[in-house]
Design a protein around this ligand. Structure first.
Ligand SMILES: *Cc1c(COP(=O)(O)O)cnc(C)c1O
Length: 378
């Protein structure tokens, strides 16, 4: 079989998505399925939708466009698509054309979205992102009312709601305090402007622990944007497996191209390597060393969960060097790894890594999506 490859089990992704959608529904929270780690994969987006997510989101218009456009998948066109990164001014025309909703923090951008939406005769919906302490995107809470005042005066723009994003830049934990602030801000906007906000999007996979804990006060939060927890089956604050979810829905398989017994210590003077300073190594005498035909171009070597008895020793662009403490590996042999988010994103975006989808339980392949949708969803 072709190698390297990502083996993507759509049944497990469907199961993970369905579990989270169901558990959150008990708290009246809807799920927007985030496709950015999968490079806008139509198959994965399809599994999300079959599992009951209420919309799809991605950080890049380049990933959203094919979902919306691809010939057989035109039925994706009635799924709400959200751009979850603030639009580039240079892309506002595409944002209006290919998405329904975008997350925003800059009035300058929203004015341009309004201008483009008028030109295209569309209504563009926006979520205003609020800064709650993680110091990535977001309007400072004290400025929010003023921004809302400007936004609701703009033609062809509909203020769909507000949102926040934590645990991305600084690891700030979503908790009762910051989530209550988001709820309070919602209520403030509604009373000052006498309107109702449809969506209060509390965050990402890092919000699950808060959202699902028995004593949490959900307040006005009614949406989460989930990617990693669905794909990898782990919460993202401590990367612990989530009860009842699969952590091996996606596996990376790579092939051995060299297998030898070599010294564990290099010979000669040591200077920089292909990627900077050499890592210290310990003397373990002779070891079984093998090379896999995959490298830093395709994978984050630190983000690979190795099978027992296998350790990653190092990597360069095209070579992953491993040590096998138990058995000799054979040239041509394949090894499978679970991945963390960083390694997954790298592998997904590498054109050298094939993506092989499987589904035994009938999560329909994307080409059947049109038929499936008309049978089950309408
Ligand atoms: C990436 C991202 C998400 C999804 O995060 P996961 O950890 O994959 O669930 C949600 N919202 C925003 C704004 C993001 O950038």
């Amino acid at each position: 079989m072709v190698a390297p490859r990502l083996e993507i089990d759509l049944d497990k992704i469907y199961h993970n998505a369905h579990e989270l959608v169901t558990r959150l529904a008990e708290h009246r929270i809807s799920v927007t399925g985030i496709t950015k780690a999968s490079l806008g994969s139509v198959e994965i987006a399809n599994a999300f939708l079959q599992a009951g997510v209420t919309g799809l989101g991605d950080s890049r218009i380049e990933n959203i466009k094919p979902l919306r456009l691809a010939g057989n998948h035109v039925l994706f066109s009635d799924v709400p698509m959200t751009l979850i990164r603030s639009p580039m001014l240079s892309q506002v025309a595409q944002v209006v054309r290919f998405t329904d909703i975008s997350c925003n923090t800059e009035i300058e951008v929203i004015k341009q979205l309004s201008f483009e939406a008028q030109k295209q005769n569309r209504i563009h919906q926006i979520l205003l992102m609020v800064e709650l302490g993680d110091l990535r995107e977001g309007i400072m809470p004290d400025d929010l009312i003023d921004v809302v005042g400007e936004v609701i005066g703009l033609p062809h723009i509909f203020l769909k709601g507000i949102g926040a994003n934590l645990a991305c830049r600084c690891g700030v934990v979503p908790d009762a305090t910051n989530m209550a602030l988001l709820s309070d801000l919602t209520a403030q906007i509604e009373s000052v402007f006498n309107l109702t906000l449809d969506v209060v999007s509390g965050g990402n996979s890092a919000n699950l622990r808060w959202a699902l804990s028995a004593d949490s006060r959900i307040g006005r939060i009614n949406n989460l944007r989930l990617g990693e927890a669905i794909l990898l089956g782990r919460e993202t604050l401590r990367r612990q497996p989530i009860d009842g979810l699969s952590t091996d829905a996606i596996k990376l398989v790579a092939e051995v191209i060299e297998s030898k017994v070599k010294p564990s210590l290099p010979t000669g003077d040591i200077a920089q390597t292909a990627f900077g300073d050499a890592q210290p190594v310990s003397d373990r005498g002779l070891v079984r060393q093998a090379i896999l035909a995959i490298g830093i171009q395709d994978i984050d070597p630190c983000g690979m969960q190795t099978p027992t008895g296998i350790n990653v020793l190092g990597a360069s662009s095209d070579h992953l060097i491993i040590e096998s403490s138990e058995n000799k590996l054979f040239v041509g042999e394949e090894l499978a790894f679970e991945l963390d988010y960083c390694a997954l994103v790298r592998a997904m975006t590498s054109p050298f890594v094939s993506k092989i989808y499987s589904s035994r339980q009938g999560v329909p392949p994307a080409y059947a999506f049109g038929k499936m949708r008309s049978q089950t969803l309408i």
